[in-house]
Design a protein around this ligand. Structure first.
Ligand code: HEC
Ligand code: HEC
Length: 450
């Protein structure tokens, strides 16, 4: 027989043994166990970066797995094809991200067919279907609490990326923002020229920010999976603060060589950046970058164990700027956190929780300029998302905290407002947009607390 004929005979032989004739255990051993034993994540990883996997729904024997799934109503014994576990596997079909959908399609289909076949063969076994409820049986499903599962979802991570990193991209204009360059805008003629020169010199890696946040995050994530000896990754999952994404913009130009020309940029410690310093360590963008990078690393590695370990992740970027003048006694480059508390006319007191915050450095002219992030409390979050992230004008108290202990160097995401403020100021804030329209606090409005 020729080769394909042999193959055809084998295929016919296999397919004639339909699921009906074979017992569930055999199907389980053949099709479910390989999923359980695979070192690779299941198709759930398309949307769940960690904390839940199809393996969590499999127990070492066919019987135990079936009974656990049945008792948790993940299997519908009357209509096997309608089982909830199959719906979970099929969820990947509804992803609006068509590329991700395609990448995981083959895996998803194989998992779906394996479970559907096995469930059907189980449901034909009346003894098994009618077995009593397993009161003491181990349950199936994620070992982590649901809030951790939710936190590690790709859509949540992306939403956070938009607020913390994508929102700051204009600080990288025009060098890394091809999508923001508009050939119809005469003001962009020079920036377009510069961007083009940089790409000619340094290549496509200049285009860090793509047309959409989704594409940007995907390309950053992909590049963080390839390890290279000669450079740090853009996102460093082992050590998030040593990601090029945050080290480059906080690093100086390369030193000049003997010939007086600027040297080659370094992408290892000590890092240098051909763009020069574009964001200061511990300014508001740095804090947002650091917070996102740390959270991303923990979310992908499944490091979060319980709800208490999750960061609040409730910062919303705004264009509101506060400028505090005349901080003459404070050292240059000292880091200051500013919390905004609103006057509540009903209770005649300042809001207990801050409504916004920023972090910045004392400049040599003894000024602090801060771009505010709104801090959404859990109940106001939905409202914020629908109204846009802005603050209404009104009477506010600014509470200023100096980083006396240099606590931020070990944890840049820290809030210093557990301690009493070093200074306060009360103003009628307008909360307009941009540096030109900052709310200004004059030196004599600032009350220093000893
Ligand atoms: C297309 C994206 C996507 C895929 C793929 C996906 N899920 Fe989900 N999953 C979601 C979304 C969105 C939610 C929250 C909304 C909901 O409950 O419908 C969720 C919620 C969950 C929850 C928690 C329900 C809750 O109350 O928050 C579990 C458990 C879960 N998925 C398991 C899985 C498993 C197991 C797989 C793989 C077999 C999987 N998911 C595949 C998007 C996905
Ligand atoms: C004036 C132009 C300019 C600005 C603005 C600028 N950069 Fe750069 N950046 C460069 C150039 C040129 C390179 C390539 C040479 C190098 O690696 O330093 C670079 C490289 C990088 C790299 C390394 C890319 C890679 O794959 O090797 C990162 C990451 C980076 N910049 C981040 C930023 C961020 C984030 C900002 C904004 C907060 C920023 N840069 C602002 C010019 C700029």
């Amino acid at each position: 027989m020729r080769q394909f004929e042999v193959l055809a005979v084998i295929i016919i032989a296999i397919s004639s043994v339909s699921a009906d004739d074979r017992n569930a255990s055999a199907v389980f051993a053949e099709r479910i166990m390989p999923i359980f034993n695979s070192p690779d994540p299941s198709s759930c990883v398309q949307c769940h970066l960690s904390s839940v996997d199809l393996k969590d729904y499999i127990r070492p024997s066919s019987r135990d797995t079936f009974l656990s799934l049945r008792d948790q109503e993940l299997i519908d014994v009357k209509r096997p094809r309608e089982s909830k576990i199959l719906h979970l596997i099929a969820m990947g079909e509804s992803d609006p991200d068509s590329l991700a959908k395609r990448i995981h399609e083959q895996n998803r289909k194989a998992e779906y067919e394996a479970f559907a076949t096995w469930i059907e063969s189980c449901c034909k076994d009346t003894d098994l279907v009618n077995a009593p409820t397993q009161n003491d049986a181990a349950s199936v499903g994620p070992a982590k609490p649901l809030e951790v599962v939710r936190h590690a979802r790709k859509d949540r991570v992306l939403d956070s990326f938009v607020r913390n990193i994508w929102s700051q991209r204009m600080r990288c204009f025009p060098c890394h923002t091809p999508g923001e360059l508009d050939p119809d805008n005469p003001m962009h003629a020079k920036p377009i020229e510069r961007h083009k020169e940089f790409v000619a010199q340094h290549g496509a890696k200049m285009n860090i920010f793509k047309e959409t946040p989704e594409k940007t995050l995907r390309s950053l994530a992909a590049s963080s999976r390839t390890h290279r000896k000669d450079r740090l990754p853009l996102i460093n999952l082992e050590n998030p603060l040593q990601s090029l994404l945050i080290l480059k913009p906080t690093s100086k130009l390369p030193a000049k060589g003997d010939d007086g020309k600027i040297g080659k940029p370094s992408s290892q410690i000590p890092v240098s950046h051909m763009g020069g310093i574009k964001m200061h360590k511990d300014d508001h963008s740095y804090k947002a970058f650091a917070a996102w990078l740390q959270d991303y690393a923990k979310s992908t590695s499944g490091e979060y164990k319980n709800g208490e370990s999750l960061p609040k992740d409730n910062w919303y970027p705004t264009q509101h700027v506060v400028r505090i003048k005349g901080l003459t006694d404070w050292p240059n480059l000292a880091t200051v956190q500013i919390f905004v508390h609103r006057w509540d006319t009903e209770t005649e007191s300042w809001s207990k929780e801050p409504v916004a915050f920023t972090q910045s450095k004392v400049t040599p002219r003894k000024i602090v300029n801060g771009v505010l992030f709104v801090l959404a409390q859990d109940d106001s979050r939905k409202e914020l998302e629908s109204t846009g992230e802005t603050l209404l004008p009104g009477k506010v108290q600014l509470r200023l905290h100096l980083d006396h202990e240099d606590a931020l160097s070990s944890d840049p995401t820290l809030f210093l407002n557990a301690n009493p403020p070093d200074a306060t100021a009360i103003i009628e804030a307008e909360f307009n947009q941009g540096f030109k329209n900052a709310d200004i606090v004059e030196a004599d409005q600032v009350v220093h607390h000893e």
